[in-house]
Each structure stands twice: as C-alpha cells, then as structure tokens.
Design a protein around this ligand. Structure first.
Ligand code: UD1
Ligand code: CA
Length: 470
C-alpha cells in the first residue's frame, strides 16, 4: 500500500542524479504568523490532516547523506516537537530575534559549518512543495550553478520578491518594498526555496547586510553576492500552486483545496473508485488497497488505511482507523482513533467506534457505540448495543468472544466479558461476565392485562367526548 501523498508525486526520485551528493536542508519556521490570528504557531496548522511543517519535512531530501535543520522561534517548543516527531533526524535551532530570512538561515550556523555538497533552504509555510522540485534545484547545482532559485509566474505578484533576469541570467531579487514601479510589473517571483553550492554557502550568507527599507537580512540578497563573486545564479520555474505560501486562514483553505485535488487524483490514479471526488476529503497519509470504493461525502482524517475491496459508504467520518479487506463502513459511520476492522466486517449507519478491535466478520449494523472493546470474529451486535465504557472517572474494557450475539438495545457495562457463542437477550443491561455459550437476559417480567388496551381506549374516548349541548 502507498500513501496518497506519496502517490501525489512526493516520491523521492531514485538518486541517479544526486547519487553521492550530500545535502543539508534548512527549513525556516520561526515566523510568528500573526496574520493567521491564532495562538497556534503558523507552521502547525494542518492541511490534509498534517501540519504545514510535516508536509515540507516529508518532501525534503532524506536518507543517508541528507541532513535536516529546522529554525524555530523562541517559545516554539511545539514546533520543535513536531519537527522531531516528523523527522527524528532533524536538528532544531532557535532564532531569538526575527531579523529576516538570511538571519534565520544563519541561526543554523553550526549545521552550515559542517558543510555539505548542497544547501537547500525551504520555508515551513510552503507545504505543497514536492520532493522532485528539490531535486531539480540540486540538478542545477550539479551543472555548476552556485545558486538555484525556485521561481514561479504569479497571478498577482504583489508582496513577492521579483526575479530580475537579464539575457536568461538571474541578476537580482527585488523585494516588494524595494522595487521600482517598472519592477512591480514583473510577474516572475521568488518562491523562497533556494539551493546553494554547500561549500560556498556560508561565505555568501555572511556577506548579506541589512541596508534595505525594512532593515532586515534578506536571503534574496544572496543573488547579487553570487553574481559579484563571478558565480552563476539560475532560476528553476515551477507552478504557483506548488509554492503557495500560507500567511492567512484564507490561504490555508486554498492550500487545502489544492492538496485535496492532488490526493484525489493520486487515489484515482491508483485505482480507487471515488464516486464524487470533489466531495471526499483524504489525508496525506491515507493508504488504499485494491478495488476500494468511496461513496460521496466521506471525510478521512489522519492515520487511516483501507484494505482491498472495502467500501466506505456516504457520510462516514474516519480517523486513525484500519479497515480490513472487504469491510463495509457506513453510511453515516464514525470510526474514531484506535478502530481496527477485520476482514469482511460490517459497520452500519449511526455506529460509532473508538479504541475497538473488531475481528473478521463482525457485524454492527445500526445505532451503536463500541468503545474500548475487543469483539471476536463473527459476533453480531444488534441495533442499539452500547458499551458503557466510562464510569465518570475512568474507562473500562468490554470483551466479546467469537460468534456471540448481542440482542438489540443492550448495555454492556464495562469492565465485562461476554463469552464465545454467548447470547444476550434484547434490552439487557449486562453488568456481570457471561460465560461461553450462555444466554443472559436481564429485564423485568412482562405483564399482559387481558382487554386492558380496549378499556384504556374507552376511558380516553369518554374523556375527550364533547360535554353539554353547546
Ligand atoms: C519571502 C521572500 C520573497 C518571496 C517570498 C515567497 C525574502 C527576503 N523574501 O518574503 O522574495 O517572494 O518569501 O513566499 O526572503 N522567517 C524566519 N525568520 C525571520 C523571517 C522569516 O524564520 O526572521 C521565516 C518565516 O517563518 C517564513 C519564511 O521565513 O517561513 C519567509 O518569511 P516571510 O516573512 O513570510 O517572507 P516574505 O515576506 O513572504
Ligand atoms: Ca511568506
């Protein structure tokens, strides 16, 4: 099985080109992201179920000879943690004051000083970047450029650094605030991603000053420095969609939409049937077997795998769950974290599961809550079966053996064990273990009053009859 994201062209091209070259990737993630108007650091906002930072880190070169540094802001422990969670090999550096992108890169001086063949700079807020793009930039270095800058044609270039190209050569990058009216017209823009000849990078970066309208150390000034040294800087172009930077919630939503488009296409290309792709939401790490069908209006969060031949019916919501081969889920099912469905299981409408392992052939067809539970193969849980897993203080486990039958509207008060082949009468509140092959019925005696319904109707009809002669 492959993840949707891997299928969405984030695969690392096999290193024909890069074989033998070492790399250091520095991801800048120290910005405050004030325009997000959120207490969460910008790079931790999610798209397709993963943080912006996680997307960038998974596209960055990895494996032997590839090292990774992430520059975080002060008080950004959460960013630090996320970086290490995604890439345990990542080294993190704190940029104390935010004095610009070149200043941020130099926060990782210790890593820079160790040297590498290629130095790659990426931004933590540019999550749609593909692994193959990093390799294209590195390809330019291998062909002799000292600096390769990723460029794109912006529909609206406002705010971006403009790439000044003369006779096919990149001569400078002009930031918006410093650009002339003629330069404002240029639509070829700096995506922010760059690759330097790693052996020259530190001396180039150390030459960058802050003589500009913002008084910041601009990474973009590296271009003129490279030219002044008589070295070559080149532009590698890509699509605007790939380098969308996220500064606002609106841009976050646009990036989500681009990412969902990619994930749906990748799923379709891999043979998944999506009946109305535009209504289905996937996560970057969703994995699919063969012949999976997903009906309209399904939401899949992180950590979901779907086995061969499984069908996810409409309006289901699934997070951190593994769905076995030929399982049928929904419509209107909610699979919460820790759900594991065996082969051929059937989860019907308005069924909620959490931390529940359902072995092969289990059926829970209607209106149930099954949490903190293990259900053995081929057991059948009738409509309205509820595992009472929480006593207000802690959670308890329900264990159901194989081939058990739980009658409708039963409450299983955990901790409790229902034996193999046991049978629970409808409407029971089960508080004690039920042995294998036993029948448990817990409900009060039924009374039938002969003629009682008729008497009741007469009583009511008399009371309702018009009084007097008005
Ligand atoms: C930057 C580029 C611009 C390019 C644009 C693309 C510079 C000077 N400008 O502008 O040419 O078109 O990106 O999106 O490089 N950061 C730090 N520490 C700092 C400053 C920034 O870590 O002191 C990080 C931010 O978290 C962010 C990235 O660097 O991830 C870019 O910074 P931002 O302020 O967004 O740069 P732009 O003004 O967008
Ligand atoms: Ca930006």
């Amino acid at each position: 099985m492959r993840t949707a994201a891997a299928m969405a062209a984030r695969d690392h091209p096999k290193g024909i080109l890069m074989s033998g070259r070492t790399s250091l990737t520095i991801v800048l993630a120290a910005g405050e992201g004030t325009r997000m108007r959120s207490s969460t650091p910008k790079v931790l906002h999610p798209i397709a179920g993963q943080s912006l930072l996680a997307h960038v880190l998974s596209a960055a070169p990895k494996g032997s000879g590839a090292s990774l540094a992430v520059v975080v802001g002060p008080d950004h422990e959460k960013v630090d943690e996320e970086a290490r969670r995604c890439r345990p090999d990542a080294e993190t550096f704190v940029q104390r004051d935010r004095k610009g992108t070149a200043h941020a890169v130099l926060a990782a001086r210790k890593a820079l000083a160790r040297g590498s063949d290629d130095l790659i700079i990426a931004f933590g807020d540019t999550p749609l970047i593909a692994a193959a793009t990093f390799e294209r930039l590195r390809g330019a270095l291998q062909q002799g450029a000292a600096l390769a800058v990723l460029g794109f044609r912006a529909a609206d270039p406002t705010g971006y650094g403009r790439l000044l190209v003369e006779n096919g050569r990149l001569i400078a990058i002009r930031e918006q605030a410093d650009a002339s009216p003629a330069e404002h017209e240029i639509t070829l823009c700096n995506a922010g991603v760059m690759a330097f000849d790693g052996r020259k990078a530190l001396s180039i970066l150390d030459k960058i000053g802050n003589a500009n309208s913002k008084g910041e150390y601009y990474l973009t000034d590296a271009v003129t420095i490279v030219r002044d040294l008589g070295l070559e800087a080149v532009v590698i172009e890509t699509s605007e969609d790939e380098v969308r930077g996220i500064n606002t919630k609106a841009q976050l939503a646009e990036a989500e939409s681009v990412m969902q488009g990619r994930l749906r296409k990748a799923a379709l290309d891999a043979g998944v049937t999506l009946i109305a792709p535009e209504t289905i939401f996937l996560a970057a790490d969703t994995t699919f077997g063969k012949d999976v069908t997903i009906e309209p209006f399904v939401v899949i969060g992180p950590g979901v795998s779907i086995g061969d031949g499984a069908v996810i019916h409409s309006f289901s919501h699934i997070v951190q769950a593994s769905i076995g081969k030929k399982a049928s889920v929904g419509p209107y099912a909610r699979l919460r974290p820790g759900t594991s469905l065996g082969e051929g299981t059937r989860i019907g409408n308005f069924v909620e599961t959490k931390a529940a392992t359902l072995e092969a052939g289990v059926k829970i067809n209607h209106l149930s809550y099954v949490g903190d539970a293990h259900v053995g193969a081929n057991s059948n849980l009738g409509a309205g079966t509820i595992t009472c897993n929480y006593d207000g203080f802690s959670k308890h486990k329900t264990e159901i053996g194989t081939g058990a039958f739980i009658g409708t509207n039963s409450s299983l008060v955990a901790p409790v064990r229902i034996g193999n082949g046991a049978y629970i009468g409808s409407g029971s509140v089960i508080t004690r273990d039920v042995p294998d092959d036993a029948m448990a019925v817990e409900r009060s005696q039924q009374t039938n009053r002969e003629g009682g319904a008729m008497r009741y109707r007469e009583l009511k009809t008399r009371a309702k009859a018009p009084k007097g002669n008005d």
